[in-house]
Ligand binder design. Structure first.
Ligand code: FES
Ligand code: FES
Length: 163
């Protein structure tokens, strides 16, 4: 089987696997990155969402053959417990999750939104997260957390610019 080379959370990865293997399988079962979750397996729920070259993609439906040479970012690539990404900190501050199963997908989707639009309206946030289902009904707190993260990121940038 030919090797497929890609970049995951900033590190080079080379795998020899069936090219039809879903990206989610590679992440969870071969690389030990279990943040992205298996939910429906049918590209319906969004809990398997990762970023491919900065765009949110449902990894359960994305074959390895289509991600050769791409940059993949999973929730593990956002921050660390010591240095959480502002989105992770904001979700903690707002207690935005209940079971948390949807959050890895929601956080990377929200990151893609804030990277391209630092000042999204609540409606724009809701539209960006339209493909991410939260079964616990935490939507209002999730929206608030994304707004809080956007404000944190803007004030962080303002501080850096003022240095
Ligand atoms: S597990 Fe991929 S969209 Fe539901
Ligand atoms: S917090 Fe449980 S599915 Fe969203």
């Amino acid at each position: 089987m030919p090797a497929i080379n890609l970049n995951v959370n900033g590190g080079a990865v080379s795998v020899s696997a069936d090219p039809d293997t879903p990206l989610l399988d590679l992440l969870r079962n071969h690389l030990g990155l279990v943040g992205a979750k298996f939910g429906c397996g049918l590209e319906q729920c969004g809990c398997c969402m990762v970023l491919i070259d900065g765009e949110p993609v449902k990894s359960c439906g994305r074959a390895l053959s289509t991600v050769a040479g791409k940059n993949i970012t999973t929730i593990e690539g956002l921050g660390t417990p010591e240095r959480p990404h502002p989105l992770q900190q904001a979700f903690l501050d707002e207690q935005a999750g209940q079971c948390g199963y949807c959050l890895p997908g929601i956080l990377v989707t929200a990151k893609a939104l804030l990277d391209r639009n630092p000042t999204p309206s609540r409606r724009e946030i809701a539209l960006a997260l339209d493909d991410n289902i939260c079964r616990c009904g935490s939507h209002v707190r999730i929206l608030r957390a994304v707004e809080r993260a956007a404000a944190m990121m803007r004030s962080g940038h303002a501080k850096e610019a003022g240095r």
